[in-house]
Design a binder for this molecule. Structure first.
Ligand SMILES: *[C@@H]1O[C@H](CO)[C@@H](O)[C@H](O)[C@H]1NC(C)=O
Length: 269
């Protein structure tokens, strides 16, 4: 009897194990062609790597969350397929990358389920998202209330020169933040613009407008403005973004705190 139960338990475990494993597809050298089709979230790992083992259950949860989306979730053993890893410039383990439209993006924030899903959300779909109503703007503003997001504002030709530059910068920086575009009428009334088309950053419960040096918007000035403005005044530093922040060319004041989960205080009577 007991043995039977054990067998049954084992069978269930095996079944579940297989089921879960199937969520994260194991890749091989064929990925060199496969990545150009569809959207992929891939963990590049090495079997001996401790951080990879730690990531495993988290990655399973990510895969579960993405199960009903078009994103395929997979992993690649870099010790077996090192030429695939080097094709994508993988230098450490684990490396998480997203592939879509023949582009690849590297995840750089914390390796938590929420951060990885947030990364997928940022890099999947168009680099510049359209905002078509003030309601949509308000949704976006509340969704990103503790980060920074950019809005390109234009009332006519969306293919203005400034938009081309904005799109190029968005494509490059979307790993870190969100980029939108819309007409002036989708903005709250208190937003006053000095020029249209223009670019705004919303953060810290206010907004700032891009100023073209000598009224000529250059690629490098859009780039460095976006780079400098993409964090709120008091962002959280993590192992994943500290190098990025050090590259902003700003002074950093770092407050080191211990994060304490709210404890249930025993009821006093
Ligand atoms: C991956 O993306 C980087 C940065 O955009 C790019 O330089 C590199 O060529 C891409 N790799 C492949 C294989 O497309």
């Amino acid at each position: 009897m007991e043995a039977k139960m054990l067998m049954l338990g084992l069978a269930v475990c095996l079944l579940l194990g297989n089921h879960v494993a199937a969520l994260v597809q194991e890749l091989d050298q064929r990925f060199l062609d496969q990545w150009k089709e569809g959207s992929w979230l891939v963990e590049f790992y090495a079997p001996w790597c401790g951080h990879c083992k730690k990531l495993e259950p988290i990655f399973q949860q990510v895969a579960l969350a993405l199960k009903h989306t078009e994103v395929k979730v997979a992993k690649l053993d870099c010790t077996q397929y090192s030429h695939v890893a080097s094709e994508f410039d993988v230098r450490g383990f684990p490396t998480i990358k997203f592939f879509s439209n023949e582009r690849n993006y590297t995840h750089r924030s914390d390796r938590t389920k929420d951060d990885i899903l947030e990364f997928v959300h940022r890099v999947n779909g168009p680099a510049v998202r359209k905002l078509t109503s003030i309601g949509k703007f308000n949704d976006v503003a509340s969704e990103h209330s503790d980060v920074a997001f950019f809005v390109y504002v234009s009332n006519q030709d969306p293919h203005a020169d400034l938009f081309e530059k904005y799109s190029a910068v968005a494509e490059e920086k979307r790993v870190f933040t969100y980029f939108y575009a819309g007409e002036q009428k989708i903005l709250p009334q208190e937003v006053k613009l000095t020029a249209v088309p223009t670019i705004l950053v919303f953060k810290d419960r206010t907004y700032f407008e891009y100023e073209a040096p000598d009224s000529v918007a250059t690629m490098s000035s859009v780039q460095s403005w976006v780079n400098g403005e993409r964090y709120p005044a008091f962002p959280k530093i993590s192992g994943g973004n500290i190098n990025e922040m050090a590259d902003l060319g700003k002074y950093l004041v770092i407050v080191v705190v211990e994060e304490v989960k709210e404890r249930k205080t025993p009821s006093t009577r």
